[in-house]
Design a protein around this ligand. Structure first.
Ligand code: CTP
Length: 402
């Protein structure tokens, strides 16, 4: 693709109340320099008029596979070739099922079979429909074919229920299209080493010091790198998450074990991402037998754990390093101080607190590097990870690492 022409986004709109949000999505995408053509399903036209999309996209809207004028020149094939990325937002449960089964019973599904461009879907439906085993099975099929799944978000829905099924907000979808570079990137051949999850620092065989990290952000980032073709090694603290497929996963418990495993695996890595919430302190003495109440030292003496990120920063040569910081307050000041002090090439700061960060499926981020920064709005951790991978690759290439 030429770097100078705008990115061509074929936006499919299927039937659902969230279709009105796609009008704003088109506006956001065109503002960010994309050329957008809209194809609507019959159901979608019951919610929003094609003229609205025509006005915001600046292109006629196509709905019909049997349009004699357009199809005189095999219009659907031309449209399929035109796109750099096909995004269907909203994707209804029915549309998702048709895609999974490879049906071609209208213009949109026909285009999805005829195009070489990557396909992304932004599902939006009632939470029960989303969680139904039929929908989840269809989703698994689409995932296995490399379809990008953007969302859904959780929250109150137009049907009056609350749960997973909300369309991602238009600014987030626009950011995914533009910043995740989905669709027009070359596969990446990077070797990426990551840490994720919490660590556990034993006091005795049954008690430990730890934190609330679920590991979701690190696992999502590992999967997003893998999806782009990277060779990923994940050194994970204890989490309840299954090993992501296609990724080398090594499980550890303590900060010391994580530190040792990281340094062993470091030679030859291009990028190191320190996503783990490593415990900063451990009990100075770990008893080999369970301590009774009166034998537990009070106050409990603690000692510092090894700092893995700093240990990797001081290596020569060192990989491109991405640090993470979870902050409850003064996020920008703390993040800039950590960037200067620990010297990663990039620092991703997340606000944490009630309903936010560690145990939540969603997150927001503010990314800092020497001389620049970028904010990413709140969204599910999967799409957020895709955007982060885009930014990390961009900064890595900018440093001359590719
Ligand atoms: N980190 C690490 N080894 C440690 C502690 C932290 O590698 N022993 C990494 C984390 O994976 C993360 C970054 O350092 O990438 C977080 O920096 P840190 O200063 O430890 O953050 P906090 O623990 O939040 O620090 P503070 O309590 O000082 O805010």
């Amino acid at each position: 693709m030429s770097e100078t022409r705008p990115r061509r986004i074929l936006l499919g709109v299927s039937g659902g109340i969230a279709a009105y949000k796609s009008v704003e999505l088109v506006r956001r995408l065109t503002e960010r320099g994309c050329d957008v053509q809209v194809v609507m399903t019959r159901g979608a036209t019951r919610f929003v008029g094609p003229l609205t999309f025509q006005a915001v996209s600046g292109h006629p809207v196509r709905q019909d596979l049997w349009d004699e004028t357009e199809e005189a020149g095999m219009g659907h094939i031309a449209l399929a070739r035109w796109a750099d990325l096909v995004l269907i937002a909203p994707t209804s449960a029915h549309c998702l099922a048709r895609l999974a089964h490879g049906l071609a019973d209208d213009l949109l599904t026909t285009l999805c079979l005829a195009t070489d461009a990557p396909l992304a879907i932004a599902p939006a439906m009632n939470p029960h429909m989303w969680l139904h085993p039929a929908t989840q099975a269809n989703l698994a099929v689409l995932k296995s074919r490399g379809v990008r799944i953007w969302g859904p978000a959780e929250g109150p829905e137009a049907c009056g229920e609350s749960g997973p099924g909300r369309l991602l907000e238009p600014p987030d979808l626009a950011a995914l299209v533009v910043e995740a570079r989905s669709g027009h990137k070359q596969p990446c051949h990077l070797r990426v080493l990551m840490t994720a999850g919490p660590t556990r620092e034993p006091l005795d065989p049954v008690r430990y010091l730890s934190n609330r990290s679920s590991g979701q952000m690190g696992y999502a980032l590992a999967q997003a790198f893998r999806a782009e073709g990277a060779d990923v090694t994940l050194i994970s603290g204890p989490t309840g998450l299954p090993d992501p497929s296609g990724i080398r996963v090594e499980r550890v418990e303590t900060a010391q074990e994580m530190h040792d495993r990281v340094l062993q695996s470091l030679p030859g890595q291009d990028i190191f991402c320190a996503v783990a919430a490593v415990a900063d302190f451990r009990p100075a003495h770990a008893a080999t037998r369970k301590l009774s109440k009166d034998k537990t030292p009070k106050p409990l003496p603690l000692e510092a754990t090894p700092d893995i990120l700093s240990a990797v920063s001081s290596q020569d040569p060192r990989p491109f390093i991405v640090g993470f910081a979870a902050e409850t307050h003064d996020l920008e000041a703390h993040a800039r101080a950590k960037l200067a002090h620990k010297k990663p090439d990039l620092l991703v700061a997340n606000p944490v607190g009630p309903g936010q960060g560690f145990e939540s499926a969603e997150n927001e981020a503010w990314v800092f590097w020497p001389g620049g920064d970028r904010r990413i709005e709140r969204m599910p951790k999967g799409p957020l990870a895709e955007i982060l991978v885009g930014i990390i690759r961009e900064r890595y290439e900018h440093r001359g690492g590719s």
